[in-house]
Design a protein around this ligand. Structure first.
Ligand SMILES: [Fe+2]
Ligand SMILES: [Fe+2]
Length: 152
């Protein structure tokens, strides 16, 4: 196996465990926290946005796992450049969704009875946003360039 392909396979396995698996645990918990906050009078838009992001991110990760990563593990494919472009466009959409949620969270003013829920939601959201940013940064800066160069 060529060294580049082996390095990519190791990186993909790491991304899967550190981020894909982690997001699948964290996002349902975030939706639950956002719903708990809404039940105490908070804005329901936050839970709606997290639910939409959950759906978009799951779809994105499935495309990577079912199509892109196997192509990379096999050393590339003539269509890989287009797929990488699509994934990068989806990363930009995820980032825009995160910015909208961050603005909602920053603007939120909790009722006294919901302050603990809002604090917990903000803390969990901050941790998830950091993980997601690191996940996309590693793909964009370390994984994708190995193949985008070779496909061009
Ligand atoms: Fe990913
Ligand atoms: Fe991705």
């Amino acid at each position: 196996m060529p060294r580049l392909q082996s390095a990519a396979a190791t990186l993909i396995a790491d991304l899967q465990v550190r981020f894909h698996d982690r997001h699948r645990i964290d996002l349902p918990l975030l939706v639950d926290l956002a719903c708990a906050y809404a039940w105490r009078g908070g804005s329901p838009a936050i839970a709606d946005r997290f639910a939409a992001l959950t759906e978009a991110l799951e779809s994105h990760m499935v495309k990577e796992e079912a199509h892109l990563f196997p192509m990379m593990e096999q050393g590339g494919h003539s269509l890989i450049g287009q797929l990488i472009d699509d994934m990068q466009a989806e990363h930009a959409a995820h980032t825009a969704a995160v910015v909208r949620i961050q603005a909602l969270l920053a603007a939120e003013r909790a009722e006294p009875a919901a302050e603990a829920q809002l604090s917990a939601l903000r803390a969990a959201a901050r941790k998830f946003f950091e993980d997601l940013a690191e996940h996309m940064r590693i793909e964009d800066e370390q994984l994708f360039p190995q193949f985008a160069r070779r496909a061009s």
